[in-house]
Design a protein around this ligand. Structure first.
Ligand code: KIV
Length: 278
């Protein structure tokens, strides 16, 4: 059985994906995917395709809102897009990213932001970045009944601390810290941990060390799941992309072709034709 329970030919009932389905998938050794979503129509399509987890990532800031990093993204912006995704998502589990500045003050600030993400955003879980003090934050949210997805390795909200979007955990001490953070987050009750831009060996170690699923993005082939940003997966992003990105389509080219055809048909008087005219 897959993590998702899509409507099959026999018309089997679908039901919402829960964090327990993801844990069960790991225990069965079943890999799954998470994809980012920022609007209702892409969420509905991803849900129809049986993608079990939709992340309303704060990557929103870079791929949709035009910021240089995820740092400027606000909680209001995240809530606006999370609501849209939740409306389209059907049975997929919707995870809302807590943006920079909405939880770093500690458990009480984090709780307020996470409660808003569930009550106003319609998410079923939140994601937050980092280990260390975020272990206590995770514990507080989980105690309040809010499922938390951790995120370690390259945590983009700390881009200024890292001095750029750089691979993390390359030396032994840094690798140890990432493993220890992931273990502490899982012990605090996180239901999954994202591992971003770390050597494959670190991805493998963390995956073996914790019982909850690891979701890799540039963490090698041995994590329990993989996540890609919608725009990267579809070939909508341009410029220099991280090594871990694989575009499964070339939608930039498709869209360019479609828009050029529209332009030339309008210029030539070909569109609208009689079939498009009242
Ligand atoms: O914001 C985001 O899209 C993310 C994923 C890349 C994991 O955090």
């Amino acid at each position: 059985m897959s993590v998702h329970t899509p409507m099959d030919g026999a018309g089997a009932a679908r039901r919402p994906v829960t964090i327990h389905d993801l844990a069960a998938a790991k225990s069965r050794g079943e890999r799954f995917v998470m994809v980012t979503a920022y609007d209702a129509s892409s969420a509905a399509l991803l849900d129809e395709l049986g993608v079990p987890v939709l992340l309303v990532g704060d990557s929103l800031g870079m791929v949709v809102l035009g910021y240089d990093s995820t740092v400027p993204v606000t909680l209001e912006e995240m809530l606006h897009h999370t609501r849209a995704v939740a409306r389209g998502a059907g049975n997929a589990l919707v995870v809302g990213d807590l943006p920079f500045g909405s939880y770093q003050e500690g458990p009480s600030q984090a709780l307020s932001a996470a409660v808003r993400m569930l009550k106003e955003g319609g998410a079923s879980a939140v994601k937050l970045e980092g280990g260390g003090p975020m272990v206590e934050v995770t514990e507080r949210l989980v105690t309040a009944g809010i499922p938390v997805m951790g995120h370690v390795g390259l945590t983009p909200q700390s881009v200024h601390q890292f001095g750029g979007f750089k691979v993390q955990g390359r030396d032994d001490a840094a690798a140890e810290r990432i493993v220890a953070d992931a273990v502490a987050l899982a012990d605090a009750g996180a239901f999954a941990v994202v591992l971003e831009a770390v050597p494959a060996a670190v991805g493998r170690r963390v995956t073996a060390a914790i019982e909850v699923p690891t979701i890799g993005i540039g963490a090698g082939p041995d994590t329990d799941a993989q996540v890609l940003v919608w725009h990267d997966l579809l070939g909508l992003t341009s410029g220099r992309l991280p090594r871990f990105v694989k575009a499964y389509a070339d939608l930039r080219a498709e869209i360019s072709g479609a828009v050029k055809s529209f332009q030339s048909e309008v210029a030539d008087g070909e569109y609208p034709g009689p079939e498009h005219t009242y």
